[in-house]
Ligand binder design. Structure first.
Ligand SMILES: Cc1cc2nc3c(=O)[nH]c(=O)nc-3n(C[C@H](O)[C@H](O)[C@H](O)COP(=O)(O)OP(=O)(O)OC[C@H]3O[C@@H](n4cnc5c(N)ncnc54)[C@H](O)[C@@H]3O)c2cc1C
Length: 366
């Protein structure tokens, strides 16, 4: 049985670890990813804040593949035909499979004027975002650029990044004053969060000195300034775009059943229209029990996917995936502090940052 794993997302990483520990006879596995490493999002804010180096967030995908006896292809899928069970790679090679699994994440949703789309830095792919941030820091340290940055989009990721960026820029102790702004179109930050979490994060933003602009949209971006619809100007030489997730365009073109462009799956993680195809992580829409896009769900789907592939190879019936109804959200505050939320309750307690670091580093070690 020939299985093609497309993308090195969190689910495939966990599935590879399981398959490396539990090899299956008669299974020919391939994984295609544009990079031999993939980045773990939970550790990105701490890297942006300067708490750990870049390599801390890198998962060695190709090495994992070698350990699991999976053939690694350093390229990306550009065309996918679930009916014919074929994929075309960017390097022009053509691949036939019996089953495939899609774990290609999502792309940053980039709205706004052309100037912002050109100059803004999408938070995904995470690796490219981290590289651009490092370059900006180097320019600030050499005094080629002032320490002025902004984040567009005040969801959890945007707030966490704004706090991390402010903390790192402050720690450089440059003569030029640090300016970090958070710009949000809605009238409040974290509209999809609970009132208690919103209150805690709003307080943290104020305490850190991040300038929050709500009810504001960018109408023009230049190398050093963002102009808002109020005509106010915000200084920014590095503008992060944390404006949400959109599906990869080629998913809809592949002819599978989709919801807002994401592949609709059943409780076995198979496409409801093309059962030979699995979809997981942000790529999937859990049609039977929808959940928000979060790495936690992607990670939990890893053992399930490994189990499904193993059962298919052995000719056994597939297992059922039941997503958890809620999860512990740990949001870092730039400095070595974090807040937590679960079941609608939010906390700001000492030790939460260490707990988050422990959980994230444990994931990397497993
Ligand atoms: C700043 C930030 C912080 C976050 N923090 C958290 C957190 O603390 N907890 C949490 O639960 N979630 C968090 N998230 C959300 C989390 O990042 C995503 O939900 C998670 O990464 C989804 O994982 P995934 O498996 O869907 O794929 P991803 O991790 O997005 O990986 C997709 C992979 O597919 C590859 N790929 C893409 N296109 C192709 C192609 N055509 N062919 C081959 N390969 C391809 C990409 O290169 C990439 O390696 C955060 C997000 C951001 C931006």
């Amino acid at each position: 049985m020939r299985v093609l794993l497309i993308g090195g997302g969190h689910t495939h990483v966990v599935a590879l670890r399981h398959l490396a520990r539990n090899p299956v006879a008669g299974l020919e596995l391939h994984l295609v990813s544009p990079d031999p490493t993939t980045s773990y999002s939970g550790l990105l804010p701490g890297h942006i804040a300067g708490h750990w180096p870049r390599n801390t967030l890198e998962i060695p995908l190709e090495t994992l593949c070698n350990a699991a006896n999976v053939t690694f292809h350093t390229t990306e899928v550009t065309h996918f035909d679930p009916m014919k069970r074929t994929a075309t790679f960017a390097n022009k090679s053509f691949f036939e499979f019996d089953h495939a699994s899609l774990d290609i994440g999502a792309v940053a949703a980039i709205d706004g004027p052309e100037s912002l789309r050109t100059l803004g830095v999408p938070v995904k792919p995470l690796g490219i975002f981290a590289d651009r941030w490092s370059q900006f820091l180097a320019d600030v340290q050499s005094q080629s650029l002032p320490p002025h940055a902004a984040v567009i989009g005040a969801g959890t990721a945007g707030i966490e990044l704004a706090l991390s960026m402010k903390y790192h820029l402050d720690s450089l102790k440059m003569d030029n004053p640090v300016r970090v702004s958070l710009i949000e179109r809605a009238d409040a930050v974290l509209l999809d969060g609970t009132a208690r979490l919103r209150k805690l994060l709003t307080k943290a933003l104020g305490h850190a000195g991040v300038a929050v602009n709500t009810g504001a949209s960018v109408t023009h971006a230049s190398n050093e300034t963002l102009t808002l619809d109020s005509r106010n100007r915000v200084p920014s030489c590095f503008t992060a775009l944390a404006t949400g997730a959109r599906p990869h365009a080629w998913l809809a073109q592949a002819g599978m059943a989709t919801h807002e462009g994401f592949v609709v799956v059943d409780p076995t993680l198979r496409s409801v229209s093309h059962p030979e195809i699995f979809a997981c992580g942000d790529t999937a829409h859990l049609g039977f029990d929808p959940r928000p896009k979060a790495g936690v769900y992607a990670v939990r789907q890893g053992p399930v996917l490994a189990e499904q592939i193993t059962r298919l190879a052995k000719g056994e019936a597939l297992t059922i995936y039941r997503p958890q109804s809620d999860y512990l959200k740990l949001i870092s505050l730039g400095r070595r502090r974090a807040v937590a939320e679960k079941w609608g309750l939010a906390f700001n307690l000492p030790g939460l940052w260490s707990l988050k670091r422990h959980i994230d580093l444990k994931f990397m070690k497993n």
